[in-house]
Design a binder for this molecule. Sequence first.
Ligand code: R5P
Length: 319
Amino acid sequence: MAREEDVDDHLMVLAGPASARLGVEVCEILRVAPAVYECRRFPDGEMQVEIQESIRGCDVFLLQSTGPPVEQHLMELLLLADACRRAGAGRLTAVIPYLGYARQDRRMGRRSLGARVVADVIGTARFDRLMLIDAHTPAIEGYFDIPVEHLTAVPLLARAAAPSLRDTSVVVAPDFGAVKLARAYARLLQVPMAFVHKTRLDGDAVEAHGVIGDVHARLPLIVDDMLSTGGTLAAAIGALRAAGAVEPMTVAVTHALLAGRAREILRTLPLTRFIAADTVAIEPPAVPYLEVTSVAPLIATAIRRDHRDESLADLRVPA
Ligand code: R5P
């Protein structure tokens, strides 16, 4: 993922408000100036965006995560997409490093199916393509009518986690949903894996029933697609402790939402490192043990290759 020297002037990167910092890094790597726009808010709370330079005929990559506050960031994405289309963008790709609502991917009882609703709404924005990073489920691709490039930050995060590995290390998925992701880490790092049997009781309450796999006297590297409230992680660590795992442990996640009491919970856990990608902007106050790994090189490489019609195969979530 080297720095780019020769990206042509038809490539445009527009970093939405939710991904402004990440956008600057991506543009530095690609050696392009971020597209200039203005985002206004009216007294009644409504927003309006205006692109402030010509993007006519350009290959536009609109970078915007839809992390909290999800509804605001989603609306910004839609307005920016509309402005790009009306301003004559030649091709428009949404780069959504974190896709909000992706966890609501199965209907239960009479509940709404948020992932489908969000996919439908994004579908109305007339994007040509979509890039996601470690979306909650690979099946999300099927929710969209447009082509989806499902990229993964696991190689970047695994590289960051590697110095913590010992002969006794084991990669641990804190629930069954993270097993595929854990397998990718385990393969890259050449260590065995285990997983925790968890059930979710509520938005911020989970229960761990036990560990499947050998973790006794082993040093866990706990991996997940996201950390929201920290409930899953705390429950997993409880189960690992009960099973005789070694402490302090390392955690790696792609999306650090840090909702609710996450910071407080993290402070109570026997961790030595909390490695997280910057798919969602991490704001103060300080997060215990945090080490941020940037996904800017991944996004820049994907944009550059997509712009040049080159393969993205090695950047995707493995099948
Ligand atoms: C669940 O299926 C996800 O992969 C995460 O484990 C979960 O959403 C994290 O949320 P929290 O930190 O609130 O438990």
